[in-house]
Design a protein around this ligand. Sequence first.
Ligand code: PEP
Ligand code: MN
Length: 593
Amino acid sequence: MHSASTAPGAAAPAVLTMTAAFEGIEGSYSHAVLDAYGERRGVRFTPLGLPSYRAVAHAVLSGRADVGLLPIDNAIAGTIREGYDVLGEYELDLLAEITWRMEHRLLGVAEATVAGLREIDSHPVVLAECGRFLATLSEVRRVPVPDTGVAARDVAAARDPRRGAIASADAGRRYGLIELAANIADHPDNFTRFILFRAPNAARPAADFEPARDFADRKTSIVFAVPHEPGALGRCLSIFGRFGLNVSKLDSKSRLGAAQQYTFLADVDGDVREERFAETLRALRDETLALHVLGSYDASTAPARVPVTTTVAIDERPPAVPAAATTPFPKAQRKGETTGARVQVGDVAVGDGAFVVIAGPCSVESRDQILATADAVGRAGAVMLRGGAFKPRTSPYAFQGLGWDGVALLAEAGRAAGLPVVSEVMSIDQVERMAASIDVLQIGARNMQNFDLLRAVGRADRPVLLKRGMAASIDELLAAAEYVLAEGNPNVILCERGIRTFETATRNTLDLSAIPVLRERTHLPVIVDPSHGVGVRRWIAPLCRAAKAVGAHGLLLEVHPNPSEAKCDADQALTFGDFRRVMEDLSAIPLRG
Ligand code: PEP
Ligand code: MN
């Protein structure tokens, strides 16, 4: 049966030819596995497709085939019981385990489309493996057929664009079908294990199939039955452990014809010819009702992967330590120990060597309100006046700010009190007009990643007060600052204003740990807004002290002449008296460098 042939007139190595039986027809997965395995082992298999697993065993035992191949296990569908059953029922010499990645394709005739299919044929296990994909095709009937080769052959023969088959790419080529979809299994690691075997005492076909001498990469399959009592299986398993044998598969089934007994299939690393295996089997005999060794076989084949062709050059060298210029924020990044933070706003320097307090109402509400607040905060020691004219409100029905009237009132109040003014800019079209009368353009938390707006303020010639987004990481805050810096505006003041966490007792969670981190990582000044951070008036003072103690360059605080009447953020507005007390408290906290 097996014979050696040599390519004519050349010194090419002899190719061994053998007949290989498998279940299915040409184009089935078993056939593809035989082709690939044969190529690797220098054997050419003549395929002999048969209608059942048992017919495969018979062909081998009768000498019609040199070897047989049966699947025993699929990563998605599980144990293929019939495979193990046949290996157990017949006396066979197991040669090798072949692990094969199943790459299912949806195939059809040339005119077929996925949308036009009404029926898909395949092996029932393969249909199960593609369950998720098939569930997306609501009008398609699934038709189980004996094998994927049959599915492909019959769909090709029918020439019906409403019929598809799930099979291998090889089956598609063999039967002239086109590929309608690939990667359709529920999981890409869809491996099937096959066992290659021959008749016992068969004439030696090839040295390659001989058991290795050192027993490395050998596996043994056994079947054993235990009584139905507590600890019976555990005692068996502990025997494997005691002799240093690793069990890589264990599956159970009721023992047919024997009530209250269970049979277990076990695949164990190692070879029956090893002394430790002999001892294991001796010990197992005392604990089991039946014990049958299916055989030991070569398990050295790594999962057979369909070769992936790629044009990507692979470089295994460790990446070089990133240079400063390759960080996501080269301009925001601190250059060295000595770079001091400094942003100049009129006469006010924000940064190292000073602790600045910016105060004012959440929103400009009236001329009186903003003039009175400017006067009060200026007298208490604030160096800038804040006030929103365009307000980013959660509800579209809430007070939205006075708009350009508010901008004009804020500018007037700032001039009257001798304080530069800060106000939020919400859109690109506001930037230029705001910059004409407002000293510092605030980017609110909700706009921290409005990249076009960041670019627009980056082109303005006003400093920017950039508030941290409520779900933004420190890196994202620095990357947002980088947008402004990258446009050429070097004057960015960062502001920690609380982030959203699971905590609901405070409006946000004021992340004071961001301050030392930012001080280390950037040269930009960092201020803290405890008003939005906690949202509750009486908790603001302690956090002002903490912010100064932890190294912030200043504070942004909401102050209102009559907090209970504030049109927005009333709960967090400090009274003028509160604000004076905060300023007094702060004078007792030393400035941190
Ligand atoms: C504000 O400063 O009034 C404001 C709206 O702040 P934030 O963007 O931090 O919520
Ligand atoms: Mn506010």
